[in-house]
Design a protein around this ligand. Structure first.
Ligand code: ASP
Length: 404
């Protein structure tokens, strides 16, 4: 009998809760399983982002097309991602999932908070430019890697024919990285068990209510983002009835929900957008793959909620500067998130370290990550589609090309 992946995760989750509650703190013995899983997801991150982003940027093929559509597409995607992260933070404040959870002070890892003092916004921005991109790769500095990848992509496109082998290398490399990621995610049930059981063992069953609130906060924020942000955007900027839009993109949204992969959903997104929403092939073949690589509004929402949850859990009040840093870093992190299951969890490390929150906080959300992933991936895909509709309505590419 084949047990579906979601069922495996749920079994692992329930087993972890039951055993954690029965055994108590001694269940700590299984924590190496969780730690190994965390290390695995960290180890894939730098090469995964580099490869997918280079392909995403360079995949457009020609500079003219990239310049014409790129500005609008990127502006729209960045704006909606920033709204999404703010919405996530707002829901995190509203639902306050991590408040009132008692944790023993010794489990607060303040070493992270001490070593990763939040920098000023100017320094954070300046630090995005690597003085040595390979050092950025070695140190796993994600923003520098993103910076390097975008320039590589632009460079490959500008060079054209001669750079084709470089592009092909990155295409193959990104496929390999996707494969490795999918292997790692297969281990998630073991990882979830190893992460959740010690938490329940330490804190008891009272930890479950906050997790439920996290799911609720993410789900509500996702629904609000679709019902308000995208609806207004397609209506005003895309001159399309939001109901027509949602109906047209529903199959891709549902597939995204069950697969938790926006990259995997891409063929269905393209089909829905061209056949049901009347977007030209020219626009959708540029805007959608780019969106599937850099536009992750659902992931941004999730990061907002998760950061607040973890901060509340560890009893840390975020300063305004830290909140602004989260908005900036989470927007960039969502750009660097690959459209594969569990990638958002990986990128959460980046956001947490940027404001000095303990990385162990990831263990708290890892157990429910798959459920959150379903919601956020649907939003990711619907957001990509809204961008395609809007860019297409404002720039009828095919007609322009026909005239040219
Ligand atoms: N699974 C998401 C996607 O494919 C990414 C994430 O984990 O946030 O869009």
């Amino acid at each position: 009998m084949k047990i579906s992946f979601l069922t495996q995760i749920l079994i692992a989750f329930v087993l972890a809760i039951v055993l954690g509650a029965i055994v108590g703190p001694e269940i700590e013995a299984v924590s190496p399983l969780g730690d190994a899983f965390l290390r695995l997801i960290q180890f894939i991150i730098a090469p995964l982002i580099l490869a997918t982003l280079v392909v995403g940027v360079a995949g457009t093929g020609d500079m003219k097309k990239m310049g014409r559509l790129g500005g609008k597409t990127v502006a729209y995607y960045l704006a909606t991602s920033a709204i999404a992260i703010s919405l996530g933070l707002g829901m995190g404040f509203l639902f306050a999932p991590g408040e009132g959870v008692e944790i023993p002070p010794e489990s607060i890892d303040d070493s992270a908070a001490q070593t990763e003092q939040p920098e000023g916004v100017v320094d954070t921005l300046l630090n995005i430019i690597p003085t040595n991109p390979f050092a950025g790769l070695v140190e796993g500095n994600i923003l520098q890697i993103i910076f390097f990848a975008i320039f590589l992509g632009i460079g490959i496109t500008a060079v054209g024919e001669k750079a084709k082998p470089v592009l092909r290398f990155f295409e193959g490399f990104s496929e390999v990285m996707f494969k490795i990621t999918s292997f790692i995610i297969l281990l998630a049930p073991i990882g979830v068990f190893g992460l959740v059981a010690p938490i329940v063992g330490d804190h008891g069953l009272s930890i479950l209510l906050p997790l439920f609130k996290v799911i609720l906060a993410v789900a509500v924020a996702c629904i609000v983002h679709i019902a308000i942000t995208y609806s207004i955007a397609v209506k005003t900027l895309g001159k399309l009835n939001p109901i027509t839009f949602l109906k047209g993109i529903a199959p891709a949204g549902i597939f995204a929900f069950s697969s938790a992969s926006s990259a995997g959903t891409l063929p269905i997104t393209i089909k829905n957008v061209t056949e049901n929403l009347g977007v030209s092939k020219g626009t959708s073949s540029f805007v959608l793959p780019l969106g599937a690589t850099i536009n992750m509004d659902g992931t941004a929402i999730y990061q907002g909620v998760a950061v607040l949850f973890i901060a509340q859990f560890y009893g840390m009040d975020l300063s305004l500067m830290q909140v602004l840093t989260v908005v900036l870093i989470a927007t960039l992190a969502s750009i660097g998130t690959a459209g594969v299951p569990g990638a958002g969890l990986i990128m959460l490390t980046l956001v947490l370290t940027s404001i000095g929150l303990p990385l162990e906080g990831i263990a708290l959300v890892a157990g429910i990550d798959r459920i959150l992933d379903m919601f956020r991936t649907s939003v990711n895909v619907i957001g990509d589609a809204s961008g395609a509709v809007i860019v297409d309505r404002n720039e009828p590419l095919d007609e322009e090309e026909a005239k040219a």
